[in-house]
Ligand binder design. Structure first.
Ligand code: NAD
Length: 256
């Protein structure tokens, strides 16, 4: 993977930063995208100090014009993008019966539209080069219903199927598209769901009142565990893998 160029969205977040670090440590040059300008600059500075080649680009993936401009700027400054990782995501909890239009649209704007905007812009450039690999970080919530997460789950299911359908279209051009479906992973997004230690325990041990079975491996994932799965799917070790979902949830969705 050494010397290749990767574009990673959501790079200031828990999983995104772990992906940037994992790629950087393998000699990949990374364009790190996020809409959180301060967080992004902090993450890029930290990873650059560790020796990774990371360039920050501040952009809202929900805006297709801005995404097109940023992808063009990445190729101009760094070179041809070989790897794309769609990690940017938002979680707005709420039961469907009372869910607001604003929360629904904001969820889809990032989790679904964002994946479409960035994947379209990047694969459009990969096609004539006849090479590239895409990984979308979706969620095990795309295949296992979770109370209070209907919009999130629907947005992730859409992003997952978009990624696989895109993968079908570009397969004959030598481009692979896969999905990583994390379960509970220790990041700011997961912690935002916890109001105290009981919630953390409930995540691992299960909550019958919420129809959650818990995590068979008995632990919340470290962001690095998700990043390892992303790196595998991008790498030549997965050269014959496409249209696949790799679930990294400690068994929480019981292999569904
Ligand atoms: P996080 O909140 O730490 O990181 C998400 C990042 O996305 C943030 O840096 C945020 O600024 C960025 N982002 C949000 N909207 C954006 C936009 N419009 N444009 C550009 N950047 C934007 O969350 P995380 O846990 O690291 O999540 C990473 C991905 O993994 C998300 O897609 C999330 O849905 C998915 N996921 C997380 C978990 C978990 O338990 N943490 C489980 C399953 C799936």
């Amino acid at each position: 993977m050494r010397g290749k160029i990767a574009l990673v969205t959501g790079a200031a977040g828990g999983i995104g930063a772990a992906v940037v670090r994992a790629l950087g440590s393998r000699g990949v040059t990374v364009a790190a995208l996020d809409r959180d300008d301060g967080g992004l600059r902090e993450t890029a500075a930290e990873l650059s100090a560790e020796g990774a080649a990371v360039t920050p680009f501040t952009v809202d993936v929900g805006r297709s014009d801005a995404v097109d401009e940023t992808v063009a700027a990445v190729e101009e400054r760094l070179g041809p993008i070989a790897y794309l990782v769609n990690t940017a995501g938002v979680l707005r909890l709420g039961e469907a019966a009372g869910y607001s239009d604003e929360d629904w649209r904001a969820t889809f704007a990032v989790n679904t539209d964002g994946v479409f905007h960035v994947s379209r812009a990047v694969t459009g450039r990969m096609l004539p080069r006849r090479a590239g690999a895409v990984v979308t970080v979706a969620s095990n919530a795309a295949m296992t219903p979770r109370a209070g997460m209907a919009a999130y789950a629907a947005s992730k299911a859409a992003a997952e199927m978009f990624t696989k359908s895109l993968g079908l279209e570009v397969a004959r051009h030598g481009i692979r598209c896969n999905v990583v479906a994390p379960g509970s992973t220790d990041t700011p997004m997961l912690r935002s769901m916890w109001r105290g230690p009981a919630d953390r325990t409930g995540t691992v041990e299960g909550r019958p009142d919420a129809f959650r079975v818990g995590i068979p491996l008995g632990r919340v994932a470290a962001p690095e565990a998700v990043a390892d799965a992303v790196v595998f799917l991008l790498s030549d070790a997965a050269q014959n893998v496409t249209l696949h979902t790799l679930t990294v949830d400690g068994g929480a969705s019981l292999g569904a």
